[in-house]
Write a protein that binds this ligand. Structure first.
Ligand code: HEM
Length: 459
């Protein structure tokens, strides 16, 4: 058996706190991989985790027979906020099973078709705001409001804001609450050591934020009308549809946890993906032109007429989205644990050990993706274009039973938004901007501002 490599400056008791930038854990894990190789171990106090950075080793943890979802520190902390929420509950928890069964039909093709018009309306509002705005746009902030509106309106029949009105000065209060809660949840382990002392104030503020978010969710549940004749939204399903297996409805607390889970998991991820995409496309007018040509071909030159089924026909745009999620897998990675003693590459690994698959590194592994793995090149997703890609090499939505339930929702939302934005505007990046990526559970471009120049002004 081989011991896993570990950072040279490991401290007694504290472990590897000097090796990880607590504000950018995934990015510093990726840098460590350059020094320590594709797999290594990190320790923080009593906590140990093995970090996987190559596609080949990521393949090893795919088996659902040998491996299962582990939650890791950020989601374990999030669990204190969304207790029974889908993302945080153990697979064996009957409440996870019930919520999963009740919600799965909410992401079927039929249900997705029902969300399409709402998504179009939200994006159209954003386009109107930008057309009348003129100045540079805070891309991450705007995408965050847009994605929150999409999940709130499509999922819960609720609106937090209108996007064709000027943005609120300090952003939406609900977004600020969620960002603060996520920021607290993603604090590094080293900070945990001060929780009992100066961290107490932060803890009290966090608890107040959580209560406020719960109050917002309770209001949403109370305000949502009964199931209409057509297809129910996500909230109506959770609140009013019995579990097909047990015939029982989800409790009010479980519904509240799911509402918060969807608000959190279903908005930052899509928003950050869109922000990374607009950043990358700002430097690639050639790709933007190809997307526009495809919209011309599929929708006859007017993205507003795109139907649900036509969006799926935008195959090149889909490659753009796949490629941005390869380069910037906004979830950062996922945790796995072996169900029994097994092997990870040539290393023996014990049952229950924590393994973090660092997608930022795996998705740029040159052995799987080729020497230009760091380059934004959507055509690598053309059929047969990346022959060495294996099962674990691309997993932006996680693995198996516990992979992302909102995957189709997110892909449709991101494609639709890009189709509308790229068709309406030329992207003008700030030449002085250099990409800097923040991490609060998800990866997010920091401080990106771009001017959106209406295309019809140029003609
Ligand atoms: C789970 C990624 C959008 C809801 C996950 C997981 C990943 C992920 C990697 C697995 C986490 C783990 O194994 O610990 C993404 C990405 C998105 C996105 C990259 C956007 C580009 C969404 C949206 C929704 C959503 C739009 C809701 C509408 C969820 C939920 C889970 C989940 C509820 C937990 C599923 C379960 O364990 O039962 N997502 N997600 N996600 N996602 Fe997403």
């Amino acid at each position: 058996m081989n011991e896993f490599p570990y950072p040279p400056n490991r401290l007694p008791v504290l472990g590897d706190v000097l090796s990880l930038n607590p504000g950018k854990p995934v990015q510093s894990m990726t840098e460590l991989a350059d020094k320590l190789g594709p797999v290594y171990e990190l320790r923080f106090g009593p906590m140990r985790m093995v970090i996987v950075n190559s596609a080949e080793l990521a393949d090893d943890v795919q088996s659902e027979a040998l491996w299962e979802k582990e939650f890791g520190p950020p989601i374990r902390r999030l669990r204190k906020v969304v207790r029974t929420g889908l993302i945080a509950a153990e697979t064996e928890d009957p409440q996870w099973g019930a919520a999963h069964r009740v919600l799965m039909p909410g992401f079927s093709r039929e249900a997705m078709r029902g969300y399409h018009e709402t998504m179009v309306q939200v994006v159209a509002e954003l386009i109107r705001r930008w057309e009348h705005g003129g100045g540079p746009v805070d891309v991450a902030g705007e995408m965050s409001s847009m994605a929150l509106e999409v999940i709130a309106r499509a999922g819960f029949g609720h609106s937090f804001t209108r996007l064709d009105e000027p943005p609120a000065g300090n952003g939406l209060p609900v977004v600020k609450l969620m960002v603060d809660v996520l920021r607290y949840a993603s604090r590094p382990v080293s900070v945990k050591l001060v929780d009992a002392t100066i961290g107490r104030i932060a803890l009290l503020r966090h608890r107040r934020n959580v209560s406020e978010l719960q109050r917002i969710a309770d209001n949403l549940i109370g305000d949502c009308p009964p199931v209409p004749a057509g297809s129910p939204n996500l909230l109506q399903r959770m609140r009013d549809t019995p579990d097909p297996d047990t015939g029982q409805r989800l409790s009010r607390t479980v519904v509240r946890d799911q509402v918060l889970t969807f608000l959190i998991a279903g908005h930052e991820t899509s928003a950050n993906t869109l922000t990374f995409a607009l950043h990358a496309l700002g430097d690639r007018p050639d790709i933007v032109e190809r997307v526009r040509a495809e919209i011309d071909a599929v929708a006859g030159g007017d993205p507003a007429t795109l139907t649900y089924d036509q969006v799926a026909k935008l195959q090149f745009l889909r490659r753009v989205v796949d490629e941005i999620l390869r380069l910037w897998p906004v979830a950062g990675g996922y945790f796995r644990r072996p169900k029994q003693d097994t092997y990870l590459g040539e290393h023996r690994i014990g049952r229950g050990a924590w393994v973090y698959v660092n997608l930022l590194a795996v998705h740029r592994d040159k052995r799987a993706w080729g020497p230009d793995a760091d380059r934004f090149e959507p055509d690598r997703f053309a059929p047969g274009a990346t022959p060495r890609r294996t099962a674990g090499a691309y997993k932006p939505f996680g693995i198996g039973l516990r992979s992302c339930i909102g995957r189709q929702f997110a892909i449709h939302e991101v494609m639709l938004t890009l189709a509308h934005v790229l068709y309406a505007f030329d992207l003008e990046p700030d030449p002085k901007y250099r990409l800097s990526v923040d991490e609060f559970v998800t990866l997010k471009p920091a401080g990106l501002r771009m001017r959106m120049r209406p295309r019809n002004q140029l003609r």
